[in-house]
Design a protein around this ligand. Structure first.
Ligand code: DGJ
Length: 750
């Protein structure tokens, strides 16, 4: 609900668990008043105080003791009387850049207008949300900004975006246009970010705020492995279940900035948006610029409250298409099984074996097209290599369909290799700067998606392949970051628009292809999780979480990813040992339990498994199918963090609390250790649950408050709990390094 109090000129945005208040001052400046637990009243005028700061800070409108710099502002500019980190910075035709935006009017609309050309959260019915659009203007330069705030009442989130409108007769250059800004009255927070690198994505980092700027950002032309477009400020006592959390997540896949500046009065300003670094946008007279959407979440139920809000909203009102609510198939991917060394016979052998295990989808990864026998050529040449796939793609697809499995195919559509037919024909279609080296990464260059003909080529070549056979899944990969960012067709004054124009081109291409093939399941990938962001999820409802398939490394990666993203978005596979990324040897059962954290699959040569591993694979697939709706669409609870403990635990609970899966991992064996117990979370305390392995009954209260016994060895090496976890699994005891256990509880009607 959105209220406007005419008397106090206060806007009150109310979700089920949050209030967000702004006020128009007599001077026309838009103040931020409050963000936090729900309030009943709109009148917070008592909080608007003045102080005669003895400092260098200038008086606003030359009113004594009135400084914008000491106020919490909603969307600050720069160069008038607030000299803190601005949300917007413009360069005008006269070369100056000071702005002073003041209130003009507002409107409230039911539902949520779409953001043209950009991914964004949406409503299915207008009653799900209301949108407030506030117009501010810089009178001197005749430029408006429209601030949009969509209140998702039930989802408990506020989606913000900004549009700049040049109403003047002159050119305006946008130097910076962030999507959200929140000023806090203090800075007694810690900052949480999701950071890492290739094969180590989205590790949780929590640090106290300090005076000055602290930011996470990407300058890589993708949201990146290194940082995720997300930032949370949390009170120091915040735990998984308690305390105040203020978070921002950007629905964008390119260069971003998430910044918190603590000023000289120890007040924090938090912002998120397109990275102003190496970005400008020329706005001609009468033109508009739409900045991407930021989703703001407040939780007073700690980090779990924040994560559930993001997971629910992104799962249901960001992801789209027929697969949004459908159980995702168990897949086998041939990448780590064969790399480039395969032909159709090998592929069919693996597929045959997979079908016998109940696996539902075969994914043919890199190497099926052009002359690609290693990673030095052919990206861009999207036609099948009949030397490897004899008889062509359709024949292979039909044969795999005949085994009862769907067929999926890998593409890397945004790239071109210098050794390719495409590059021979169009050497200027890649991002490049005349006279500079075209730096390759993995021997590839990036196509210039700011150009229409390049986008059209990608749409056509991918569509042609998809139409040529019954391809029901696509893995859309992207394996390098941008360098020498320049476009052959844009004028000099628009070259710094290229990285953003690329994103707009990419979104257009993804929108077009996914709309043409609405029944195909698309999984995005960027060398694993280099573009695991809300922008891409709008087009493709699942992402290959990381190229790191090691069961233990995955604990941190998946745990961190769950901060913002739903489990149904995470691709997780069982792979061979020694693991190809870290050479670690982990038990097969642990690999299975770790990969049952999202969309489950395998990525190894199934024909080379031992008999015992084969039996386990069959059992894992059967067990996963039994619980997959719960895992993919249930509530995820982080119970014990791999960042802080030798033991990790998490669980999935059905929305109606009728079922739960609890997973436990112990990284290193500890001699003479205590007996471990794990307290379940999110169950119905009044209900009775059956442990589906042992048939034993427990109260929900017992499972949550007393705990679940982690089966251990007792004296003499005899298992404390003798039964197999599920058919084919090894003796269910926690033993040795890298051990894991999984429970399935179901409510009994007693
Ligand atoms: C990087 C991906 O993350 C891998 O899964 C695989 O598809 C390779 N690219 C293929 O080149």
């Amino acid at each position: 609900m959105i209220l406007f109090n005419q008397e106090t000129k206060t806007f009150h945005l109310k979700t089920s668990k949050t209030s967000y208040l702004m006020k128009v001052l007599e001077t026309g400046h838009l103040l931020h008043l409050y963000w936090g637990r729900p309030l009943k009243s709109e009148n917070l005028d008592y909080t608007v105080r003045r102080k005669d700061w003895f400092s260098f800070v200038a008086n606003t409108d030359n009113i004594d003791a009135f400084h914008l710099e000491s106020k919490e502002q909603e969307y600050p500019g720069y160069g008038s009387t607030d000299l803190r980190s601005p949300a917007i910075e413009l360069e005008f035709a006269d070369g100056t850049s000071a702005t002073d935006f003041r209130y003009v009017d507002y409107k409230i609309v039911d539902g949520k207008p779409a953001l043209e050309g950009l991914p964004a959260t949406y409503v299915e019915a207008n009653k799900e949300a209301q949108t407030l659009i506030i117009t501010l203007t810089d009178k001197v330069k005749n430029v408006d900004v429209e601030l949009s705030f969509t209140v998702f009442e039930e989802y408990n989130a506020i989606a913000r975006s900004v549009k700049v409108i040049n109403k003047s007769a002159d050119d305006v250059k946008i130097q910076r246009v962030l999507s959200a800004n929140v000023d806090f009255k203090d800075s007694k927070f810690e900052m949480i970010q999701l950071s890492g690198s290739w094969a180590r994505e989205r590790h949780i980092i929590r640090t106290p705020l300090r005076i000055g700027g602290q930011c996470v950002e990407s300058r890589r032309g993708a949201s990146s492995h290194a940082q995720n477009p997300f930032m949370a400020l949390v009170r120091k006592d915040v735990t998984e279940t308690n305390g105040d959390v203020y978070a921002m997540s950007l629905v964008y896949s390119g260069n971003f900035l998430a910044n918190t500046e603590v000023d000289m009065y120890s007040k924090a300003r938090m912002q998120i948006g397109i990275n102003p670094f190496d970005f400008t946008w020329l706005l001609k007279a009468g033109e508009e610029f739409q900045a991407p959407e930021a989703v703001l979440v407040y939780s007073n139920e700690g980090l779990t409250g924040m994560s559930h809000t993001y997971q629910n909203l992104y799962g249901k009102r960001l992801m789209r298409g027929v697969w949004r609510d459908k159980a995702r198939p168990v897949l086998i991917n041939n990448w780590e099984a064969t790399y480039f060394d395969f032909n159709e016979t090998k592929i069919k052998e693996i597929a045959k074996q997979a079908s016998e295990f109940g696996i539902e989808l075969f994914v043919l990864d890199d190497g099926w097209f052009g002359e690609r026998n290693n990673d030095d050529r052919s990206l861009g040449d999207w036609f099948v290599n009949e030397n490897k796939i004899r008889g062509g793609l359709k024949k292979l697809v039909d044969e795999i369909n005949g085994m009862g499995m769907k067929f999926g195919l890998w593409f890397e559509p945004e790239m071109v290799c210098p050794i390719s037919k495409l590059y021979e024909a169009h050497p200027d279609w890649c991002l490049h700067i005349e006279g500079r080296t075209r730096s390759t990464a993995r021997r590839q260059l990036i196509l210039d998606l700011s150009r229409k003909e390049v986008c059209d080529y990608i749409i056509k070549s991918v569509s042609d392949v998809l139409a040529s056979a019954n391809i029901e899944y696509v893995k859309w990969d992207m394996n390098r970051n941008m360098t020498e960012i320049g476009s052959a067709v844009l004028p000099a004054e628009r070259q710094r628009e290229v990285a953003h124009r690329y994103m707009l081109g990419l979104y257009h291409v993804m929108d077009e292809i996914t709309s043409r093939f609405p029944n195909v399941l698309f999984e995005s990938c960027s060398g694993g999780g280099g573009r695991f962001d809300p922008g891409i999820l709008y087009y493709m409802p699942q992402t290959w979480t990381s190229d790191d398939t090691d069961a233990i490394e995955r604990l941190k990666i998946q745990y961190g990813t769950s901060m913002v993203y739903p489990n149904v978005a995470m691709g997780c596979h069982v792979s061979a040992v020694p693991n190809h990324q870290v050479a670690r040897i982990t038990p097969f059962a642990t690999r299975g339990i770790s990969a049952m954290c999202g969309n489950f699959g395998y990525e190894l040569d199934l024909t080379k498994l031992t008999d015992e591993e084969k039996a386990q694979t069959k059992a894992q697939v059967a067990f996963y199918k039994e619980v997959r709706e719960l895992i993919q669409f249930g509530d995820f609870y982080r119970i014990q963090s791999p960042f802080e403990n030798n033991e990790t635990a998490w669980s999935f609970v059905a929305k109606d609390k009728s079922e739960a899966v609890v997973s436990f991992f112990r990284t290193l064996a500890v001699p003479n250790d205590n007996l471990a117990t794990i307290c379940a979370v999110g169950l119905d305390a009044d209900a009775i649950y059956e442990d589906m392995r042992t048939g034993k009954l427990y109260g929900g209260d017992e499972l949550m408050y007393v705990g679940i016994n982690v089966p251990d060895k007792v004296v003499g090496g005899i298992a404390e709990e003798g039964k197999e976890l599920f058919a084919g699994m090894p003796s269910p005891v926690i033993e040795g390094d890298y051990a894991a256990f999984i429970w399935h509880f179901k409510k009994v009607n007693k």
